[in-house]
Design a protein around this ligand. Structure first.
Ligand code: HEC
Ligand code: HEC
Ligand code: HEC
Ligand code: HEC
Ligand code: HEC
Ligand code: HEC
Length: 366
């Protein structure tokens, strides 16, 4: 009896420990030593042996991106393109594709594939073209993981910053006017299991994503904006919602069913979603007219293999011709296998803008 109790106690303690170890941030500030070192010294050796004179903010690994990537690289936020997460794998900003067509040389530059979070470990430097966030003023020199995520945690979706507190920025903090979006996501481990995005398991977006991106890209947020911008954070309306629900692919524009028409590559905000009860691992329904087109309908929040962090290649008519198209363009065999996650697209598939607009009606096959 005593022994059984002892074993049970050990088991409970082990479970408690492993849960504690798994839930690092716990929707708040994690153990300081996970990211900081007070003296860069433990057991008489350096904690960060690369930066022996120490780091800003007493970080235990280079800058803030490096500190996050110590754990998160292997979770798929920087893992050779094998992270199939909603946000996307920052590996893609290190990969440039080049090809020629009609006698011209073309390139899809790595730094155009998403947010260039400065990281020595990952070899990511500032975007060579965009000095600030287009449509806003966030200086690209300071872009790291903690420009968007609060390293000390909060109860927001994905620990994102909101209007109560913005990211650290020279002179204080960058002012965020919009709150963090409302959404429900899956595991942070995007190389396997429920962290992989597909048509059934994926982030369920409710509201506020476009407003949130507008914290740094104000002029690209459409509401109350007179610039030339595609609607974002706006209701789709009944005709567009009906097209979305009917559309299966360029091969089948009308055979869809509203109960199963959700496409992970073309997400929208379900404004009525009850995040307490909705399932982010089994969600297949298409939109109602009040549901919203948003920034992440077309972009990934981190990075993708395509220009402008596109969820698909905006530059090709047929998606089979998306770049990278071959090893000759600078891609590895693995890059070509990873670029579309596990999604399958028919050969005749044209741009996924058609999921809502069906402009491929009556078009010729590939
Ligand atoms: C998940 C990683 C992480 C954890 C855990 C963490 N920090 Fe930090 N901390 C950072 C990063 C990164 C910065 C650098 C500033 C930035 O990038 O926002 C920082 C900066 C700071 C700063 C200076 C700037 C500021 O926000 O005032 C203090 C003080 C600080 N941390 C204290 C703590 C304490 C105390 C704990 C434990 C209770 C802790 N941190 C836990 C990542 C972390
Ligand atoms: C010591 C390892 C470790 C470090 C360092 C670390 N994380 Fe995490 N992170 C985890 C683990 C484990 C989880 C899953 C459990 C949890 O959310 O508490 C996680 C989850 C997350 C999530 C998803 C949270 C959610 O609500 O679903 C985000 C976002 C995140 N981390 C961002 C960061 C950022 C940004 C940094 C750097 C400032 C960082 N992490 C540093 C281990 C780490
Ligand atoms: C903390 C500020 C900040 C937030 C929040 C932010 N961005 Fe950015 N974004 C930037 C900066 C700075 C750049 C330019 C540097 C770069 O591309 O690395 C940029 C560039 C981009 C680019 C162009 C990438 C390229 O290289 O061509 C896209 C697309 C983009 N952001 C979309 C978004 C979307 C969608 C969201 C919301 C999920 C968002 N951004 C949220 C700061 C931000
Ligand atoms: C421009 C803002 C921005 C930056 C920079 C950024 N994130 Fe994120 N991150 C987001 C948003 C928004 C989501 C939610 C994406 C979704 O569900 O579509 C997210 C999702 C995540 C997740 C959940 C899993 C996933 O892939 O969707 C983790 C973990 C995470 N981020 C960690 C990081 C780390 C680590 C870094 C730096 C290496 C980083 N983020 C940089 C905005 C950002
Ligand atoms: C309907 C799809 C769609 C939506 C919705 C959308 N974008 Fe874009 N975005 C694009 C395309 C396509 C491009 C390529 C350039 C262009 O067409 O103007 C682009 C380019 C960008 C760029 C790069 C601009 C540059 O100068 O390099 C940024 C930044 C950006 N989008 C941010 C956003 C933000 C923020 C939102 C939400 C407020 C958003 N986008 C909503 C499709 C979209
Ligand atoms: C999730 C659905 C959705 C997707 C995907 C989508 N759009 Fe739209 N689009 C809308 C909605 C909603 C409107 C506004 C209602 C309308 O004009 O009928 C709109 C309007 C437009 C307009 C008319 C704008 C105006 O001011 O008259 C154009 C052009 C357009 N979209 C192009 C695109 C392109 C190009 C893409 C792909 C890069 C795209 N859309 C992807 C939903 C979508």
């Amino acid at each position: 009896m005593k022994n059984t109790l002892k074993i049970m106690f050990v088991m409970v303690a082990t479970i408690a420990l492993s849960t504690a170890a798994w839930a690092f941030h716990d929707a708040g500030v994690a153990e300081c030593a996970g990211c900081h070192t007070m003296h860069n010294s433990q057991d008489g050796t350096f904690v960060d042996s690369v930066h022996t004179t120490g780091n800003d903010y007493l970080l235990n690994n280079g800058n803030s991106s490096d500190t996050c990537l110590r754990c998160h690289a292997a979770y798929g936020q920087f893992d050779g393109g094998t992270g199939y997460g909603a946000g996307g794998d920052f590996y893609w900003v290190t990969k440039t594709w080049s090809w020629s067509a009609h006698g011209h040389a073309y390139a899809s530059a790595g730094d155009s594939h998403g947010h260039n979070i400065i990281s020595e470990v990952a070899g990511i430097v500032e975007d060579a073209t965009l000095g600030t966030s287009p449509g806003g003023s966030f200086d690209s020199t300071y872009l790291t993981c903690t420009s968007c995520h609060d390293p000390h945690g909060n109860t927001n979706f994905r620990l994102l910053y909101g209007s109560a507190l913005g990211p650290i920025y020279p002179g204080g903090r960058y002012n965020f006017t919009a709150d963090a979006p409302l959404a429900k996501g899956n595991s942070r481990n995007t190389t396997s299991g429920s962290g992989i995005e597909n048509d059934v398991q994926h982030t369920v977006y409710k509201s506020g994503m476009s407003e949130w991106c507008g914290n740094c890209h104000a002029n690209m947020y459409s509401v109350g904006n007179t610039n030339h911008v595609h609607p974002a954070g706006e209701a789709m309306g009944s005709s567009i919602a009906a097209v979305y629900n009917a559309y299966v692919s360029s091969d089948d524009l009308t055979g869809g069913d509203a109960l199963t028409s959700y496409r992970g590559l073309v997400p929208f905000e379900d404004v009525d979603a009850d995040l307490a009860t909705v399932s982010s691992t089994n969600y297949t329904a298409g939109p109602e007219s009040s549901d919203q087109v948003m920034c992440l309908t077309c972009h990934r929040a981190h990075a993708s293999p395509f220009p402008d962090a596109g969820r698909w290649d905006f530059g090709e008519t047929f998606l089979v011709e998306a770049h990278p198209a071959s090893e000759a363009e600078g891609a590895t065999v693995d890059d070509l296998a990873n670029m579309w996650y596990n999604y399958t697209l028919p050969t005749n598939q044209r741009s996924l803008c058609n999921k809502c607009h069906a402009k491929d009606f009556g078009d010729a096959p590939f």
